[in-house]
Design a binder for this molecule. Structure first.
Ligand SMILES: NC(=O)c1ccc[n+]([C@@H]2O[C@H](COP(=O)([O-])OP(=O)(O)OC[C@H]3O[C@@H](n4cnc5c(N)ncnc54)[C@H](OP(=O)(O)O)[C@@H]3O)[C@@H](O)[C@H]2O)c1
Length: 302
């Protein structure tokens, strides 16, 4: 497989066997694990299509969409930096994607128009359901890192799912405050609020929290400072670290040592992919094949 096609080489991808009919479009894009997840799914379902990476600079997004449509693509994923541009570039946007403020999945419809959706939100809901057997509507959620794109998406989705309480904390507090304000209509009063990014404030809130989410990039490097003070996690906590490189972070190690159920960022990558697949093909996705594909990719086998 090519690491990534460009607009100049894209036409060659339809000569692949099976022909390219799905893609992930980004800049950079070579790191994306989506082909290793979707190609086994297409094969498992006997669908005559393959999934490619397409490198598209920011100013060529619309040109790329037209090229994909003209080549008969079924749809595409969209990643950095195009998720926001995509919202304004498609013909229709579904209401959940509009609320999340970004599009990561595009469907080319039979009438030639484009529909933009966002599988990150539903992928997060399914992650919590499938990996923790829990429902967001029953949970008091603490989000560490409410200033980034990933954290923002899980915060909006938690509010859309009517979670019991949503506590937002971030190194730059003003970003958490702006996010809390934008969710006030969904979670009125004290149900959504900010918390100071200090060890004392975190230690004080944790006994009243069910689900702790790390939406920061802390944990990717061994030199990163600890996210939580020592001794505050218990076996009652569900801990979800969105980081997936490495697969085990200091937060996950601490959570497991305390007897908490804890997962890394891989399941969300999987479940957002499952959701996109189901939107494109209107059928259940072969989850096991997709999970194995992702795990093999992370292990460097494919
Ligand atoms: N599992 C998945 O499917 C998935 C999907 C997307 C992303 N992710 C992961 O989620 C993480 C965040 O990604 P993103 O795209 O949202 O990144 P981003 O937009 O750059 O946001 C980074 C967040 O981390 C915080 N942060 C960064 N360095 C920090 C530090 N030294 N101390 C405290 N806070 C710090 C930032 O706080 P400030 O606002 O103060 O800068 C911000 O809230 C990454 O690890 C990424 O790999 C996972």
């Amino acid at each position: 497989m090519f690491p990534a096609y460009t607009l100049d080489t894209l036409a060659q991808s339809t000569l692949l066997s099976p022909p390219a009919r799905l893609s992930v479009l980004g800049d950079p894009v070579a790191h994306s694990l989506s082909p290793q997840m979707h190609n086994p799914a297409l094969a498992a379902c006997g669908i005559d299509a393959s999934y490619i990476r397409l490198h598209v600079p920011p100013n060529e997004f619309l040109k790329a969409l037209r090229a994909l449509r003209d080549l008969g693509f079924i749809g595409t994923n969209v990643t950095i930096p195009h998720k926001f541009t995509a919202l304004d570039s498609v013909d229709q946007v579904d209401p959940a994607a509009r609320r999340l403020g970004a599009v990561n999945t595009i469907l080319f419809q039979p009438d030639g128009t484009t529909l933009g959706r966002n599988s990150d939100g539903p992928g997060f809901v399914r992650t919590v359901k499938e990996e923790f057997q829990a429902d967001l509507k029953d949970l008091r959620v603490l989000l560490l890192g409410a200033g980034g794109g990933a954290g923002g998406a899980v915060a909006v989705q938690s509010a859309l799912e009517n979670c019991q309480q949503l506590i937002l904390t971030n190194r730059t507090e003003s970003k958490a405050a702006a996010l809390a304000e934008s969710l006030r209509d969904l979670l009125p009063g004290d149900r959504c609020r900010t918390l100071a990014w200090t060890p004392e404030a975190l230690a004080g809130i944790l006994p009243g929290i069910d689900l702790i989410i790390n939406g920061t990039s802390l944990g990717m490097s061994p030199e990163d400072p600890a996210l939580l003070p020592d001794g505050v996690l218990t076996s009652n906590h569900l801990v979800y670290d969105m980081v997936y490189k490495p697969l085990t972070t200091p937060l996950l190690t601490a959570a497991r040592a305390a007897g908490a159920r804890a997962i890394n960022g891989l399941p969300m990558l999987l479940w957002q992919g499952v959701q996109s697949f189901e939107w494109w093909f209107n059928r259940p996705a072969p989850v096991a094949a997709m999970r194995t594909g992702l795990e093999d990719a992370i292990a460097g086998k494919v």
